[in-house]
Ligand binder design. Structure first.
Ligand SMILES: [Zn+2]
Length: 230
């Protein structure tokens, strides 16, 4: 995993990608260029009605803060309204363009099992776009790019993980990254102090922390990467 030069992480909403923040921090520490693509703008993520008109700007600022904490190199936001992400032709072409521009060695994305419509749409769009980007079609969207590996970081409930990445050294990053998402604290039933305490506990802890990943069924067996298995 650490041999990658460029990785692309799709997360439906601002903060979804933080589910793999320790892994992103680990890769960034090894010099991997980490790009995150968020198709939606977080517009429905307001736990208080009076935040409705400012939530998009707030979440943009929270994303920028998370980028610094995690070491994310680049973030691409498509600006589509929350709950409005659909698997249509126009959006699909935007996903293809992202893959071709980033030219990743691996795409990380949502798996197929989820409740949220935007998560399911992101799964379908990113999975198909990762494949379609490598085909010599729609050439105005950029040079075709074949991404060898497509990996899920959440949203898989019917099988055991294919990889258990050792992220012990970066386990605290999960909590520090969450602490930047102030507008979401009410949804998570936590305060900044909770996250800071959890981060400190993770730093002090000596027990190993593993992060699960699943290969997409889109990947063919001969392309399995030489990953360290735990
Ligand atoms: Zn989400």
């Amino acid at each position: 995993m650490m041999d990658y030069e460029r990785v692309l992480v799709f997360g439906a909403h601002p903060d979804d990608e933080l589910a793999m923040s320790p892994a992103m921090a680990l890769m960034a520490s090894k010099g991997v260029h980490v790009t995150v693509c968020i198709p939606t703008n977080g517009s429905e993520g307001y736990p208080r009605p009076e935040w409705k008109d400012t939530i998009v700007q707030t979440r943009a600022e929270e994303m920028a803060a998370a980028d610094k904490v995690v070491g994310i190199s680049e973030r691409i936001c498509l600006g589509i309204e929350d709950m409005g992400l659909t698997n249509d032709k126009e959006t699909f072409k935007r996903f293809i363009k992202v893959v071709r521009n980033v030219r990743p060695d691996v795409v990380f994305t949502h798996g197929p099992h989820d409740n949220h419509r935007d998560h399911l749409a992101t799964h379908a769009l990113s999975k198909e776009a990762t494949w379609q980007a490598g085909q010599p079609v729609s050439r105005d969207l950029g040079e075709p790019w074949h991404t060898p590996y497509l990996i899920y970081y959440k949203g898989v409930q019917d099988r055991q993980p294919d990889i258990q990445l050792d992220i012990t050294e970066f386990a605290h990053i999960r909590h520090l990254a969450a602490a930047t998402q102030v507008s979401q604290f009410a949804l998570w039933h936590k305060t900044r102090e909770d996250f800071e305490r959890l981060a400190e506990q993770a730093k002090q802890s000596s027990s190993p922390e593993l992060e699960p990943f699943w290969f997409s069924e889109r990947m063919s067996i001969p392309y399995l990467p030489p990953l360290e298995q735990k």
